[in-house]
Design a protein around this ligand. Structure first.
Ligand code: ADP
Ligand code: ZN
Length: 292
């Protein structure tokens, strides 16, 4: 059996795991995201002596996932204190001489879902997380999307809801998708924690209004075979039917495919890997690196 290591590097915590090529997580531990020195000491001692043969890292970003680039393996321009311009893969390479896969947390999650989860057997899918921020990753033609760097699909512009006067939280763009629809903007707009809003609160209709616009853009640009929606905010199950029907309204029949018409309940879904989507995503990055 091949022993794979996985790191879900988040802005709040780093989740480390040992798993295999079947996507099974055999051991895991979680460490708060403190300074790089403190965090990486925990991470490195977790993996020491475990005999990992490859390591996958799905990270918060922005990151540089382009092999051959001078800053490959770095967390680049994050506003998170101490982590800007940090050579994450370089640090791990000092301790583990194994192949390492490195990508965004959401690209990893999209890959993991396509191997073991809700998009199993498909060669395209999109994974979006709506949590502290909004990010999406996508597999198209069997490959994760990269270009100049990685996509930043959480920062697209959306049409404002007619009743929304909230200015938006994004430090770069104000009222981009993340600025209007991530967990913190929900809380600032309605002045209560997201999980304290009742299921029939108008907040959810507004939330779905923004999310459906984003999905419309992704459908039109990438044409994914499955859309998987995860993250803390999507624990609000009532969002799923709202997002599905608003997407249908927006598309207005223009893209004629059963996935968007009769079968939309199976098209827009929650992660097949559940709360393991992030960690299994990192595991998938390790598996992919080893097979290349
Ligand atoms: P992160 O994005 O940091 O990885 P999460 O995906 O858990 O973590 O997202 C955290 C965000 O989601 C917070 O803004 C939180 O308020 C919001 N959130 C978490 N659980 C819920 C819930 N049940 N309902 C609504 N919002 C939630
Ligand atoms: Zn933005």
């Amino acid at each position: 059996m091949t022993v794979l290591g996985a790191i879900e590097a988040g802005g709040t915590k780093f989740v480390c795991g040992i798993g295999n090529e079947q996507g099974e997580v055999l051991e895991r531990a979680s460490f708060p995201t403190a300074t790089p020195a403190e965090t990486m000491e925990n991470v490195i001692s977790f993996f020491e002596g475990k005999g990992i043969e490859a390591l996958g890292v799905g990270s918060f970003g922005p990151i540089d996932p382009i092999e051959g680039s001078d800053t490959y393996g770095y967390i680049t321009t994050t506003p998170k204190p101490h982590w800007g311009n940090y050579n994450l893969i370089g640090k791990l390479k000092e301790h583990f001489d194994v192949p390492m896969g490195f990508d965004t947390d959401v690209n990893g999650a999209a890959l993991g879902e396509s191997i073991w989860g809700a998009a199993k057997g498909l060669d395209s899918c999109l994974y979006i997380t709506i949590g502290t921020g909004i990010g999406a990753g996508a597999l198209v033609g069997g490959k994760l999307i990269h270009g100049l760097s990685h996509p930043e699909m959480g920062h697209i512009l959306v049409r404002r809801h007619p009743e929304d006067t909230y200015e938006g939280t994004c430090p770069y763009h104000g009222d981009c998708l993340e600025g209007l629809a991530a967990g913190p903007s929900l809380e600032k707009r309605w002045k209560v924690k997201g999980h304290e809003l009742s299921v029939d609160h108008p907040a959810w209709e507004m939330e779905a209004y923004y999310l459906a616009q984003a999905l419309m853009s992704y459908v039109l640009i990438l044409s994914p075979q499955k859309i998987i929606m995860g993250g803390g905010v999507m624990k609000q199950e009532q969002l799923f039917p709202l997002v599905r029907s608003k997407l249908q309204e927006l598309l207005n029949g223009y893209v004629q495919h059963p996935s968007l018409t009769t079968d939309i309940d199976q098209y827009i879904v929650s992660p097949g890997l559940g709360d393991n989507a992030g960690l299994c995503g990192a595991l998938a990055l390790a598996k992919e690196k080893l097979s290349r």
